[in-house]
Structures are given as C-alpha cells and as structure tokens.
Design a binder for this molecule. Structure first.
Ligand code: NAD
Ligand code: WQD
Length: 340
C-alpha cells in the first residue's frame, strides 16, 4: 500500500515506518521536526535498505499537504503527528488544540480534496481518564482529564462525524497504552527533548548517568507495592499493530476503535527492577509525592484487537528493558549530534 505517515520522524512513527517498509509498503514521511531529528531518516534507510522519502511539512500547512498529496497516489494516511506532553498541555491548551485538533482537521480536509479516505489515528488510553474498573475495554466511557486527552477524544469525535457524512471514509482509531522500548537493532529509539516526562526514558537516562536518580511519584496508591501500575507496550509491537489496522481497513468499512496494550500491568518498582536486571546497574531512586493527574492503575483489555485485528503484543517487560538499554547505552544522547 502507498502510505503517507505524519509524524513519521517521531518515536512511534519511526518504528512503524520501519515495519511498513520491511513489509513492502511504500511510505512518504512528513514531520515538522518539532520533536524529532532528521537523523532518524538515514538511520531507518540503513536499517531497512530502502530509500525513505521525507518532507519537512507541518500538518497545518494546507498548501504543503496539497503538494504532497497531489504527487503521491496515496491509499492511506497514518497520523502520528501531535504534541503529547500531558503537563505541558495543561499550561498551553490552545497550542495543543491548535496543533492536534486544528492540524488534524487541515489534514482531513486535504485528504478529502485528494480522495484519500483511509485513516489510522494515534489515539490514547488517556481518553479513558480514571476508569473505575480494569482492565479497560473499548466500551469504557470516554472521560478525558487533560487538554492533551481532550484533543484525542475531540479528534475521535470528528472522525465519527466525517464518516457519518461520507461513508467512503474508513477509519481506524487506535488507543495506545504506554509505548516503551526501542528497536532491537539499538539504532532507533525514543529521544526525548529535555527532562523526560515518562518513566522508562527517565530510568534509562539514570542508568546511563545523565540523571542522578529517579523520582518515584508516590508509593501510597492502592496497589500491591503502593506504586502506579501501567500497561507497558513494546514500541515494535505497537508499530506492528498499525500494519494489522491497515489490513483491517482494507476489509472493513466504517470507523473502528481498538485498544493496543499487552493486557498486563506493571508497577513502577517492577519496572525499576526489570531495568536494573537489563543494564546490570542500580537505579537510585527516592519516593516523592504523587504527580497530579496520575491514576493508580491503567491496563488494557486488548481482546478486541486480538479478535478483530489479529494482533497481540509479543514482547514482555524484560525484552522492553533489554532493547531500551541497547539503544540508550549506545546512543546516550539520542540522535542529537548526529548529522542527517
Ligand atoms: P513524538 O513526539 O515522538 O512523535 C510525534 C511527531 O509528530 C514528532 O516527530 C513531531 O515532530 C511531529 N509533529 C508534531 N506536531 C506536528 C505538526 N503540526 N506537523 C507535523 N509534524 C508534527 O510522539 P510519539 O510518542 O511517537 O507519539 C506519536 C503519536 O502517538 C502522537 O499522536 C501521540 O499523541 C500518540 N500517543 C503516544 C503515546 C506514547 O506512549 N508515546 C501514547 C498514546 C498516544
Ligand atoms: C508511568 C508511571 C508515574 C515518571 C503518559 C501519558 C499518556 C500516554 C503515555 C500519550 C506512573 C510513574 C513516571 C517518573 C514515576 N501518552 N513515574 N516517575 O503517565 O501512564 O502516561 O504517557 O498519550 O497520555 O499520560 O506514563 O511513563 O509518565 O508514568 O514514578 O519520573 O510511572 O507516576 O505511575 P503515564 P508515565
């Protein structure tokens, strides 16, 4: 299939592009490089042994999108481009809605104008808010608790409206749980700018000596060891879920919603122990107060993706930590400093 991947230079997008190219799909990546390095493009090319067309373009640039879509003969768009920091979204809600919602509207308008009507959307488990029960199924009510999560829930609603108005659209909404890990080659991985917001990138930077110690955000949750529990999903498993979603779209009209998660939860302390085993070093930590907005427990019921997409996560937490450590230890400063 001939695909356009927005945000394809970013963390999940780049891993998905590798899987798409390896499976024989044609790919064009667009990214405004607001949270990515151009150096990821040659890294992907050398891993896959294929050329990767890349265009620096913002999804809010309608003229730029028109030029790309007019030249491409695209059959589907995989839409990763978004701002994703929950805390930042609370401080800058308009920037988040402008980028994630208005940007997606611009992209959908351009697609419609060029007759491209297959769409895979990166949604988030954060749309569920703080559900009463786990595991979380897709029928759990949507209750977004941050501007970031509201951008995801808002776009989901827009996609349902677009399909209702024009049933030719085929849309796959994928609600990711916690994307973690790195490509098994060690050549591609997450490269957060500044202080990492998320647990595993922070732990990896402690292990490699870039940070002194981890702050564990609360050990007084109603969980077995008191720390928060999440569903950590290897980024390569997540990437492969997109290929399953494309297959599903080919066979299935309408709008579908699927959780992508492992169906297993791990506490912060379990993650720390698994990473210590992978890197052979101690991870110093101290327990601090809870992070505002965090929930105690979040893990997926992934059975709908298993049954309908024929997708199941393959990699466990130990593999996640081993692959992340390979990337972090060989690229302690990520892509920065590498020339494209
Ligand atoms: P990322 O920041 O690494 O990737 C997003 C990419 O989009 C970046 O390369 C950025 O430069 C680009 N981008 C942002 N705004 C753009 C714009 N206006 N025009 C063009 N490019 C733009 O983030 P990621 O972790 O790879 O996340 C990918 C998608 O998955 C996002 O939509 C995110 O909200 C969603 N998501 C991520 C997680 C996670 O755990 N990382 C969980 C749930 C959902
Ligand atoms: C995991 C656990 C923290 C950092 C976020 C977004 C979500 C999605 C994925 C995009 C929690 C604890 C963390 C640290 C810690 N992104 N923690 N010390 O919050 O589950 O999800 O990323 O859609 O929308 O909210 O992931 O990795 O930040 O936290 O103790 O330095 O680790 O309290 O229990 P989260 P996370």
């Amino acid at each position: 299939m001939n695909t356009l991947v927005t945000g394809g230079a970013g963390y999940i997008g780049s891993h998905t592009v590798i899987e798409l190219l390896a499976a024989g799909h044609d790919v064009v990546v667009i990214d405004n490089l607001s949270n990515a390095s151009r150096a990821v493009v040659p890294a992907i090319e050398s891993l896959v042994g294929r050329e990767l067309p890349f265009v620096e373009c913002d999804i809010r640039d309608r003229d730029g999108l028109d030029r790309i879509l007019a030249s491409g003969g695209f059959e589907a768009v995989l839409h990763f481009a978004a701002l994703k920091a929950v805390g930042e979204s609370t401080a800058e809600p308009l920037r988040y809605h402008q980028n994630n919602v208005a940007g997606t509207i611009c992209l959908l308008e351009a697609m419609a104008a060029h007759g491209v009507k297959r769409f895979v959307f990166s949604s988030s488990a954060s749309v569920y808010g703080d559900p009463a029960d786990t595991p979380i199924g897709e029928d759990c009510p949507v209750d977004p608790r941050s501007p970031y999560a509201r951008t995801k829930a808002g776009v989901e609603g827009i996609l349902h409206d677009v399909h209702a108005a024009d049933p030719d659209w085929r849309v796959s909404i994928l609600r990711y749980f916690n994307a973690v890990g790195a490509h098994p080659s060690g050549e591609i991985g997450e490269d957060p700018t500044g202080v990492p917001n998320n647990l595993l990138p922070f732990v990896a930077q402690v292990a490699v000596g870039r940070r002194e110690r981890l702050n564990v955000f609360g050990d007084d949750y109603p969980t077995p060891d008191g720390t928060g529990i999440r569903d950590y999903l290897h980024v390569v498993d997540l990437a492969r879920g997109h290929l399953s979603a494309l297959d599903y779209l080919s066979a299935t009209p309408g709008v579908s919603v699927h959780n992508l998660g492992t169906g297993r939860g791990h506490s912060v302390f379990e993650v720390v122990r698994a990473f210590e085993a992978a890197c052979g070093r101690d991870i110093p930590y101290r327990v601090v107060s809870r992070r505002p907005g965090d929930v105690a427990v979040s893990w997926a019921d992934p059975s709908k993706a298993r049954d309908e997409l024929r997708w199941t996560a393959q990699y466990d937490l130990d593999r996640i930590c081993a692959d992340l450590w390979r990337w972090q230890s060989t690229h302690p400063h990520g892509f920065r400093g590498r020339k494209a």
